[in-house]
Design a binder for this molecule. Structure first.
Ligand code: SAM
Length: 235
């Protein structure tokens, strides 16, 4: 049970999966609360703001979209009828079940698959993808594994793919890793990596891209002095 500053310490991916599985079985106010960690009202508000932000930056008209770590599938609700097709993959089976029960759109599919073991031939929507989304997911994936994921995306994304990445980052000039840390707010042991923006930019080097736009979001929602939310549009 630790809170580590600066050190590059791996977290256990299986424990993260168990954490989300367990949250899926809780009697929470809304499904959005499972993945957004806030009450119903704040989760709904945040979902609305994130959708708006996304559409300000990315036009999905006629595009194939892949969301890696899609959780309960809420981005399908934002994108269906706008994109050509949407595929959400996630390694937490209980969340994919919720996604399939909640969002039954012809142009959207959800699939149990780990980000670090993307099986190109088994994807329910055939690559290549034009737009790729990570929303609160890279924080649960270790550095070396992120490189594996990004290298795979270079294969299953089009040459001029766009990525929309939204993650909490450290504001302390060094990363913070929570490793099996008991969170009173979440009432569970919790593991996550809050990298610095510079560390993320270094990892993005694995992607073939021309430019990155980055900005802060949800300053008003943030009650954490050590971290804040940032989004990146990479193309
Ligand atoms: C905070 S939730 C965000 C869910 C969704 N992206 C959203 O914005 O609503 C993090 C999600 O990442 C998924 N996840 C974490 N590591 C993963 C991995 N290695 N492969 C697939 N999914 C992963 C979890 O199962 C969980 O659904």
């Amino acid at each position: 049970m630790s809170r580590l500053y600066g050190e590059k310490e791996d977290i256990d991916s299986e424990e993260v999966k168990n954490f989300f599985s367990e949250r899926a079985s809780r009697d929470l106010e809304s499904d959005l609360s499972i993945v957004l960690f806030q009450d119903k009202e704040n989760s709904e508000q945040r979902h609305i703001e994130e959708k708006k932000l996304f559409h300000e930056h990315i036009d999905v008209d006629g595009k194939k979209v892949l969301e890696v770590g899609c959780g309960i599938g809420r981005w399908a609700e934002a994108l269906h009828n706008k994109c050509e097709s949407f595929l959400g993959i996630d390694y937490t089976e209980d969340l994919i079940k919720i996604a399939n029960n909640s969002y039954d759109f012809d142009d959207c599919k959800f699939q149990v698959m780990s980000a670090t073991d993307i099986k190109e031939d088994e994807l329910l929507i055939e690559p290549p993808f034009d737009v790729i989304i990570f929303s609160g997911v890279l924080m649960y994936i270790n550095d070396e594994d992120i490189k594996v994921v990004f290298n795979e995306l270079n294969k299953i994304g089009v040459e001029d793919k766009k990525l929309f990445i939204m993650e909490p980052v450290s504001r302390m000039g060094e990363r913070l890793t929570l490793k099996d840390f008991y969170s009173e707010g979440l009432e569970a042991d919790y593991s996550a990596i809050y990298r610095t923006e510079e560390e993320y930019r270094e990892l993005f080097e694995c992607l073939n891209y021309n430019k990155i736009f980055a900005d802060d979001i949800f300053e008003e929602l943030s009650d954490h002095s050590e971290t804040h939310y940032k989004y990146f549009v990479i193309e």
